[in-house]
Ligand binder design. Structure first.
Ligand code: 9WN
Length: 725
């Protein structure tokens, strides 16, 4: 296996993302989308600034300034700042809100992400001095916005603030609000006349909130308007008052960052620290549901928790408010089939709603699709608690979604298809942030490998030596080994949680007995393998076996990237010779072809192992080896008698997975890096297309490829180094 962490190719997508942001930029703020959302939105602006911070500090600062330029006297930062030049295309606009003083804003707020964005701007600033001035200017405004929340949205001092409209949550039609909204009795005749405008921009109705939802949204706005936006009155009368997990978690994290901001500019931060302590305690103690082992919002009208199954309930990870024990339980749920586990096929990172529930809808807005902003926050939260592998896998998925499917508002959690608006602001800006961070981590990883030589195995580590066990010949050794590996997988790998308990595996009796059988490879007579089929099955199985054993022995966390020379420095002694995974792959199975980016073949000169090369090579082996791609077929036992069918199936599965994506609308085909690394085996573009053709499901995309073989643009996807289990 060839190991190279490739980031090439993203630059063009970063360019595309920047172009989208340029297109949505109005000179003062960035529209969330070109037509659906023409005004300035509260938390969108924070997400935009986070992306801009990497390459256009000035714009990041202007974005925040523009929003806070419309902060209310009571400190509230409004959900929408309307652009007078863009009125007429959105509902509701100022004529409907009628907020005091004729302000051009809505009369509600949104999750307070701005302290987080301001700190991020400062941390990435090239011009530290002007960023310092920016923090000085923003600090009192941010303080006023948090003070507003604690004063007006937590009147009985619980440490948790309430939202009074689903739009304030940012997740408008989240299933979490079904119950409290249903409790609002709306008489159609009592509602002011209104016309939805969100359905006039080409987004299908099934991807947007329902009319029943809109009636209630309007009902609540009407109530605020009638009460002249008086918070005390609204608190008395509003039928929707919810302490939301996402809102409070963001506030908690924003307090943390605001305290940091205050310290940078030498302020007394005791008030913020008090808020931080109160809210994180209240999240931990009052929002936690011990029975459901999750965080749930609290409905202040009924006084009850609202049992939910949305991604918002994991948000205390982002706040760093969950205890270690709570975080572990959250992780187990988050990394399960309900929310797309590591290595699980047919899903893309965390959807907004439990995929196992009846109400789950992969297309409808906040009722199932994947949202980049939610995943961005959760991946940071997971990293803070040490769930690095999951956090990294999420980052890759977040990068891959727009690369494969475009810069959409949200994505189908099963197919990845983009929905809602295209050219979406925060998808573009957070993509930029992720790629910048990814490049950075990549650079650090490479430096780290260079510096820390100890993570390289110095000598070849023979994995089939057990003191006291004498090798003896056995003809059915290979099938025995595979069934023994299968047993280990059944016992120690949990598919729904995506976890492998390597430590327990290593301690187990089953592993000991597996080790004892692998010793006998030393007495195995390779000449006993006569037919091409026998040889193929034997070597593929052996390759897959040694990789799994290598991971267990070296204590790697299911990714071979933990050791820089993994594929050359673990080996089995077989008969008179030693074989590392690279010897098996490139020497035997690829007929001694050069490993990619290496100058010489693995068997040099008269290496006697050349006698076992399989010629001609069968390029389908690439889809049968434990290749590290989550879309690979699971490790299976290959049998000489069925090897051709099995390789056909493995190839077909791979080619129809997300490793080969045809995008007719972009005249592009995205191909796994495997086709790039192994040009020697697959040839160049036309040869690759010819190879793909018989395997591709016969649909319009396959037809498109057949008709555009000469003009279609090829791009390569980056490689996921997590093992396929
Ligand atoms: C209402 C702008 C906003 C996001 C929200 C998202 C959606 C508005 C709408 O669009 O809400 O605020 O009209 O649907 O739910 O999170 O900020 O992108």
């Amino acid at each position: 296996m060839f190991e190279f962490f490739s980031t090439k190719g993203f630059k063009s997508y970063v360019k595309e993302a920047r172009k989208i942001l340029d297109g949505n930029w109005t000179g003062r703020y960035t529209k969330p989308s070109p037509t659906l959302y023409p005004h300035q939105w509260n938390w969108d602006s924070a997400f935009m600034a986070i992306g801009y911070a990497h390459y256009n500090e000035d714009r990041a600062i202007k974005e925040i300034h523009s929003l806070f330029g419309h902060q209310w006297e009571n400190g509230m930062v409004p959900q929408i700042v309307f652009n007078p030049e863009a009125l007429g295309n959105y509902f509701p606009e100022p004529d409907f809100w009628q907020v005091p003083g004729g302000r051009l804003t809505s009369g509600i707020t949104m999750p307070p992400l701005h302290a987080i964005a301001c700190l991020h701007i400062y941390q990435h600033a090239k011009n530290r001095r002007s960023a310092h001035d920016f923090l000085k200017e923003m600090y009192p405004k941010l303080m006023a916005s948090h003070r507003y929340l604690y004063r007006h949205r937590d009147p009985v001092k619980t440490g948790l603030v309430y939202i009074r409209h689903p739009w304030e949550s940012g997740l408008d039609n989240s299933p979490s609000w079904d119950c409290p909204l249903k409790n609002i009795q709306v008489e159609k005749t009592g509602l002011p006349a209104y016309k939805r405008k969100d359905l006039a921009h080409g987004v299908p109705v099934e991807q947007r909130p329902s009319n029943e939802d809109y009636d209630r949204y309007v009902y609540l706005v009407d109530l605020f308007r009638e009460n002249h936006y008086d918070e005390t009155e609204i608190y008395r009368q509003c039928p929707f008052l919810v302490q939301d997990v996402l809102f409070n978690s963001i506030l908690c994290r924003a307090n943390r960052d605001l305290a940091e901001v205050g310290k940078i500019i030498d302020q007394d931060v005791s008030e913020v620290e008090e808020w931080l302590a109160q809210t994180s305690r209240a999240i931990r103690e009052r929002m936690w549901s011990p029975e459901r082992k999750q965080f749930d919002p609290i409905d202040l009208i009924t006084g009850e928790q609202l049992p939910t199954a949305t991604a918002a309930s994991f948000m205390p990870l982002f706040a760093v408010a969950a205890s270690q024990k709570q975080a572990q339980l959250l992780y187990e749920r988050l990394n399960s089939v309900s929310f797309c586990a590591l290595h699980q096929g047919n899903c893309f990172t965390i959807p907004n709603y439990d995929m196992a529930r009846n109400e789950f809808d992969p297309k409808n807005y906040w009722r199932g699709p994947v949202w980049i902003n939610i995943n961005w926050m959760l991946s940071q939260g997971l990293k803070s608690y040490g769930y690095r592998e999951k956090s990294d896998a999420m980052k890759k998925d977040m990068i891959q979604l727009p690369v494969r499917f475009g810069f959409h508002e949200y994505f189908d959690s099963i197919t990845g298809k983009g929905y809602g608006s295209d050219s979406f602001g925060w998808t573009s800006s957070l993509f930029i942030d992720l790629v910048y961070e990814y490049y950075d981590e990549d650079r650090q990883a490479l430096n780290w490998l260079g510096r820390r030589k100890s993570r390289k195995l110095k000598d070849v580590k023979i994995l089939n030596e057990v003191p006291g066990v004498i090798p003896s010949p056995a003809a059915d050794l290979a099938p025995k080994l595979m069934s023994s590996i299968g047993e280990l997988k059944d016992m120690f790998y949990s598919m729904d949680r995506g976890l492998v308990d390597y430590a327990a595996m290593k301690r187990s009796e089953e592993y000991r007995s597996y080790l004892e059988s692998v010793v006998h490879l030393k007495a195995f007579d390779l000449k006993g393998l006569v037919t091409r089929e026998e040889k193929l099955a034997f070597w593929i199985n052996l390759y897959n076996t040694i990789v799994v054993q290598g991971i267990v022995e070296l204590g790697l966390n299911s990714s071979v990237r933990g050791i820089s020379n993994f594929f050359t420095h673990i080996a089995y002694d077989i008969g008179d010779y030693t074989f590392a995974p690279d010897d098996i792959e490139h020497g035997i199975l690829r007929s001694n072809a050069h490993p990619p980016y290496r100058m010489s073949p693995v068997f040099k000169g008269r290496d006697p192992r050349r006698a076992y090369m399989i010629e001609p090579m069968d390029n389908r082996i690439h889809f049968a080896l434990v290749c590290g791609s989550r879309s690979c077929a699971p490790i299976r036992f290959y049998e000489a008698g069925a090897i051709d069918d099995q390789l056909e199936t493995a190839t077909r599965n791979f080619i129809n997975s997300s490793e080969v994506v045809i995008l007719p609308e972009k005249n592009k085909i995205l191909l796994s890096e495997i086709f790039n690394w192994y040009k020697k085996d697959f040839g160049h573009r036309r040869d690759i297309f010819r190879f793909l053709r018989p395997y591709l499901d016969q649909d319009e995309k396959a037809e498109y490829l057949a008709e555009h073989m000469d003009t279609i643009e090829v791009e390569h996807l980056f490689y996921d180094w997590n093992l396929n289990h």
